[in-house]
Design a protein around this ligand. Structure first.
Ligand code: NAP
Length: 298
């Protein structure tokens, strides 16, 4: 891993993927503390802490999970219904501390800035986002198989958004024999979808084609499957919304119209915690090294 830093790192919250990250960081830092995990799951030499303040004491690098911290300052804990109040501890961090988090809202970025705390949001890093798209797409396959009474082979799947997740989703459903129609707002993006053997439709033209879909998979983090569009969706169709909460579907309207729509966040950690732990534990130490060594290019 290169040089060690004579510093302490703290890993806060998240699921088993954070333990993998903490383990990888022990090769970089002289002390790595972790908070919010069952002690029996924490291997040596990671130091398990019971108290968040103690965890953060003297930490110069703090790693939050890929789900980040929400606007209320809460970080997801080990169990889905358990949150850690990290926000109230930010002001106790020393100036110059580096926080690596999946994401952070503007309010907290401004506060960190005023405290001279550096923030790096890693969920948008291509190395992580592209690799994470694989377990995400496999999770979508799992949901589709569980929820649909028809095979994926031969079904019509419309994928909304053709970025990192959408491209992988389209590729995997196509490989399973679905007729995949990619939808994006830019013709240049749709040209790539066509090259991959998908059919293509501009987002604005979805109302003319959406009624044909057996399965609609949204990856666009904006309200695209609105009530007007939902009125055209077949009652037998399934919607899987992969975009980060609140997703891009009007779930109230879908319920009213009796269309099954599932918001499916955090699939990598649910369907492939080991693989997605490896993705994070290989990328995050490298990012930290680059940042601490003053590298601006990641
Ligand atoms: P991305 O690479 O930025 O792709 C986003 C796609 O959405 C692009 O095609 C983009 O088009 C399109 N888009 C954005 N805003 C739009 C709008 N207003 N109208 C039409 N199209 C729009 O993002 P990604 O990495 O694929 O991630 C997509 C979403 O999945 C994010 O919300 C991410 O957090 C989430 N995610 C979820 C999981 C999970 O487990 N469910 C896992 C990983 C990621 P342009 O290129 O034209 O901007």
């Amino acid at each position: 891993m290169g040089r060690n830093f004579d510093l302490q790192a703290a890993v806060v919250g998240g699921d088993t993927r954070q333990i993998a990250v903490a383990k990888a960081l022990t090769g970089l830092f002289n002390t790595v503390k972790i908070f919010g995990h069952p002690p029996s799951d924490v291997p040596d030499p990671i130091k398990n802490c019971w108290d968040l303040k103690e965890t953060l004491e003297n930490a110069r690098v703090v790693v939050l999970p890929i789900s980040g911290m929400n606007d209320a300052g809460l970080v997801r804990g080990y169990n889905l219904d358990h949150y850690i109040d990290f926000g109230s501890c930010i002001s106790s961090l020393a100036g110059g501390t580096l926080i690596l988090t999946g994401s952070l809202t503007d309010k907290w970025i401004k506060l960190a800035d005023s405290l001279q705390i550096k923030v790096f949001q890693y969920a948008e890093e291509d190395e992580i986002a592209i690799l994470n798209s694989v377990p995400t797409a496999e999770g979508a396959v799992q949901i589709a198989m569980e929820e649909l009474p028809i095979t994926i082979h031969g079904s019509i799947v419309i994928v909304l958004g053709f970025g990192r997740v959408g491209t992988t989703v389209a590729r995997i459903f196509k490989a399973l024999g679905a007729k995949v129609i990619a939808s994006a707002r830019r013709p240049s993006v749709l040209a790539r979808a066509w090259e991959m053997g998908c059919e293509k439709v501009l987002t604005s033209a979805l109302p003319g084609i959406i009624q044909n879909a057996n399965l609609i998979i949204n990856t666009i983090p904006a309200m695209v499957i609105n009530e007007t569009l939902l009125q055209k969706v077949s009652k037998e169709a399934l919607i899987i919304d992969l975009a980060s909460p609140p997703g891009g579907t009007d779930f109230e309207a879908a319920k009213k119209l009796n269309i099954k729509a599932i918001l499916a966040p955090g699939l990598p950690g649910k369907v492939a915690p080991v693989t997605s732990g490896l993705i994070l534990s290989s990328a995050i130490p490298k990012l930290i090294e680059q940042i601490l060594n003053g590298g601006g290019d990641h």
